[in-house]
Design a protein around this ligand. Structure first.
Ligand SMILES: Cc1cc2nc3c(=O)[nH]c(=O)nc-3n(C[C@H](O)[C@H](O)[C@H](O)COP(=O)(O)O)c2cc1C
Length: 222
């Protein structure tokens, strides 16, 4: 797969087969991904790769928190509102995903089921948590995390793996810290659900759209 094809075919996968991912495969993906650029080559990313039963335990605890109504408490502040144009895109993608999944507008039960499923990483057998040191300037370090994260998602394609980058994976950092050895000075940025895509799942038929570059680009000096 060439680079253009990989970039264009990557999409978020939201249903996974119950099939484990070999540690060596994740090692190869990470060995490729760390060639991402970073500010002054600081490479601020660190990874915690969680697999198998531990993923299930984290998922179950996350679900309990969500069901109890506990508010997310991420290490890094997450956006809650956006200027109109971005909010419209956020709402549009959510609605379109639910439509593809056959979830009707008023079907609260199905929506809640979806959010619970999100908290278990959509059934992915493995999650790559990406974190940074709390002493770093977060907005620059998270730019670099974005680069390495995209590399992980693209490299995964070579192995037939699908990914979903997930802010929801780090909504309850205490749960993660209870189960893995993550020092308090390290700040979780996101989790990447990774596994073999379920080809039958309606969620995986979904394709998001993009604003055309024509609408967001100004050209000078041509
Ligand atoms: C930083 C970040 C956080 C995200 N968090 C979630 C999440 O918690 N749950 C989810 O289902 N998708 C999440 N996504 C996936 C986006 O919804 C998705 O990338 C976007 O709608 C574009 O769709 P595509 O990835 O299929 O191209 C996240 C993406 C990014 C970059």
């Amino acid at each position: 797969m060439d680079v253009i094809e990989a970039i264009k075919s990557r999409k978020s996968i939201r249903a996974f087969l119950d099939k484990p991912v070999k540690k060596e495969v994740i090692e190869e993906i990470l060995a490729c991904a760390v060639w991402a650029p970073s500010w002054g080559n600081t490479q601020p990313w660190e990874f915690a790769v969680v697999n198998g039963d531990l993923v299930k335990q984290i998922g179950a605890r996350n679900q309990r928190k969500l069901l109890s109504g506990e508010k997310p408490n991420p290490d890094l502040e997450m956006p809650e509102k956006w200027p109109d144009v971005y909010r419209a895109r956020y709402i549009t993608v959510g609605k379109a995903l639910f439509t593809t999944m056959g979830i009707k507008r008023g079907d609260r039960e199905a929506r809640e089921k979806h959010y619970l499923n999100m908290q278990r990483f959509y059934g992915a057998p493995c999650v790559i948590y990406v974190y940074i040191d709390g002493a770093l300037v977060a907005h620059y370090a998270t730019l670099d995390v974005g680069s390495v994260t995209q590399n992980i998602c693209l490299a995964a394609l070579k192995y037939g793996l699908g990914t979903c980058i997930m802010a929801a994976a780090v909504h309850y950092p205490d749960v993660i810290r209870e189960l893995i050895d993550l020092p308090s000075e390290k700040k979780l940025v996101l989790g990447i659900a990774i596994g073999y895509p379920d080809p039958e799942a309606p969620a995986n038929r979904f394709r998001s759209t993009r604003t055309s570059p024509e609408k967001i680009t100004k050209w000078y000096g041509f």
